[in-house]
Design a protein around this ligand. Structure first.
Ligand code: IMP
Ligand code: MG
Length: 187
């Protein structure tokens, strides 16, 4: 199996840049949600590393929970035209302030579906915090209230984001070499 270094074309966001930006987002969220009943709702699996770092930078009491979403069709890289809930939360969000924590918004289909589902449960407020935003790829308009970095249309990995489920542990955001992306499944 190839190492992260083997598949890396370039580091797009370094560990230091991630640390700094996550700290800034935490500060902003701390101010915005002071005195409110905040629930950070992390979208598995890509949002996990972002969540655990972000929550340590939020200095107002909050709860966390997790949802898992699957894109219908084959291949994690496919556009998520159809979205299915694999794991739902089992607590009420009615009258609570929900902040969805997501790794990346690409076409916007995933977050659009999550928002529709959650809005029906009558939270006090519902906002999105995405570490990465590939805004040039957007197919459905979604409001993103907190964005870490706007990035170009390149396939990235690390800091929770995967290439076929691997390399989520890499501590920076890296761009995948095009030959990895185009390579046949078998090796
Ligand atoms: P969307 O529904 O097209 O916005 O896709 C969002 C989901 O696609 C994210 O939650 C990621 O799991 C995945 N995704 C999109 N772009 C990338 C990428 O560059 N690297 C890794 N995963 C990605
Ligand atoms: Mg993924």
């Amino acid at each position: 199996m190839q190492t992260a270094e083997d598949i890396l074309a370039e580091v797009l966001v370094s560990e230091a840049q991630l640390r700094q930006r996550v700290h800034e987002l935490g500060e902003q969220i701390t101010r915005d949600y002071a005195g409110q009943d905040l629930l950070l709702l992390c979208i598995l699996r890509g949002g996990v590393m972002f969540l655990t770092d972000l929550m340590r930078q939020i200095r107002t009491p909050h709860a966390i929970d997790f949802m898992a979403i699957s894109s219908y069709g084959v291949g994690a890289r496919a556009s998520a035209g159809n979205v299915r809930v694999i794991l739902d939360i089992n607590q009420s969000i009615e009258n609570r302030h929900v902040l969805v924590v997501e790794d990346i918004v690409d076409t916007g289909h995933t977050i659009h579906a999550v928002l529709a589902l959650l809005a029906a449960r009558q939270p006090a407020s519902l906002k999105i915090c995405a570490l990465l935003d590939k805004s040039s790829r957007r197919e459905v308009e979604v409001p993103i209230h907190y964005v870490g970095f706007d990035i170009p249309n390149k396939y990235v990995f690390g800091y929770g984001l995967d290439v076929d489920e691997y390399y989520r542990n890499v501590p920076y955001i890296g761009v995948v070499k095009p030959e990895v992306y185009l390579k046949p499944e078998a090796e």
